[in-house]
Design a protein around this ligand. Structure first.
Ligand SMILES: Cc1cc2nc3c(=O)[nH]c(=O)nc-3n(C[C@H](O)[C@H](O)[C@H](O)COP(=O)(O)O)c2cc1C
Length: 307
């Protein structure tokens, strides 16, 4: 018998718990050349702002040991153009989650307002955690009170599933998670990238034009796992775990830590078919361990952690 991979995130029933992470999958067009996107549990699109953004000046990506630093700066075509591209994803019949970003709470509200009449959008992922923009972004994600105020406003702007994406660049991620939950978030996603830096020894200057960038990829996985563990101990709403997932075993670790679903970012750049491979690998794992449903895995490591 095929194991049941179904999970629930807010109002979304996902046929499996695997989705690409925002900003690493564009609007899916490039990846559609590699596989049928309808296999995905959900599709998460790039951070979307009211106006088009060119992003930061190059150099915007630097390779590091076991990861990359990026300082894209939320390049996107703006919500009106993005809406057309999002509509194209309806053909895959899998939930589309739109990552929403802005410099002020009214920016976030405006993006949602414009997307509310687009039936292809199943949920919003509120990016309060982008480390690469000068205003907004991270400033929203570090203060629990500011997070609560923003999410309260957005909660009254939509009945759709509201996912809040948390920053790891804080002292206490649990406080931010609880603030988002109390303000009406249906789910949380974590982690966004960790602020880092690269310096070119020969040129004797920072590699990134933005000086700092967000670290992602396998290097961040232990930090992400720790935060998923801590947050799922402290909230009732489901968590989408991400940070360095590049194979099914990594995904299983996040589920065991308490995540209800997982997202895969940087690994798509290395292996464009990583998402369907992780879906297949999850099924194999469940069969190998004689588990009938992926839900049996969620938080399973917690019991051992309490010994
Ligand atoms: C090039 C790049 C662009 C990203 N853009 C966004 C974005 O627009 N919105 C967002 O919430 N996260 C963005 N992220 C963060 C990822 O969605 C993810 O949270 C992070 O990279 C950790 O996962 P990973 O290690 O699997 O990449 C971006 C990451 C990368 C590498």
């Amino acid at each position: 018998m095929m194991p049941d991979l179904t999970v629930t995130i807010g109002q979304l029933v996902l046929k499996n718990p695997v989705m690409p992470a925002s900003g690493c999958f564009g609007y899916g067009e490039e990846y559609a050349a590699f596989y049928d996107l309808s296999q995905l549990g959900a599709i998460v699109v790039k951070g979307t702002t009211v106006e088009p953004r060119l992003g930061n000046a190059p150099v915007r990506i630097a390779e590091t040991a076991a990861g990359i630093l990026n300082a894209i700066g939320l390049q996107n075509p703006g919500v009106v153009a993005a809406k057309d591209r999002i509509r194209q994803l309806a053909r895959y019949g899998t939930p589309v989650i739109v990552n929403v970003a802005g410099n002020s709470s009214s920016d976030y509200q405006r993006v949602i307002e414009i997307l509310e009449d687009e039936p292809t959008v199943a949920a919003y992922e509120i990016n309060i955690s982008c480390p690469n923009v000068k205003q907004g972004g991270l400033a929203f994600g570090t203060d629990p009170e500011v997070v609560a105020e923003l999410i309260n406003k957005l909660r009254s702007a939509t009945h759709r599933t509201l996912i809040v994406k948390l920053s790891p660049n804080v002292t206490d991620i649990v406080a931010v998670a609880q603030a988002a939950e109390s303000a009406g978030a249906d789910a949380l996603s974590l982690i966004n990238t960790l602020v880092g830096m690269a310096i070119d020894a020969e040129k004797r200057r920072p590699v990134l034009a933005n000086l700092t960038g967000g670290l992602s990829g396998p290097a961040v996985k232990p930090v992400a796992l720790r935060m998923v563990w801590q947050v799922t101990e402290a909230v009732q709403i489901p968590v989408i775990g991400m940070g360095g997932i590049s194979c099914a075993e990594d995904a299983v670790e996040f589920l065991l830590a308490g995540a209800s679903a997982v997202a895969i970012g940087t690994a798509n750049f290395v292996n464009p078919t990583v998402c369907p491979e992780v879906i297949a690998g999850l099924s194999e794992y469940l069969k190998r361990h004689q588990l009938r449903s992926v839900q049996e895995l969620i938080g399973l490591a917690k019991a051992a952690g309490k010994n």
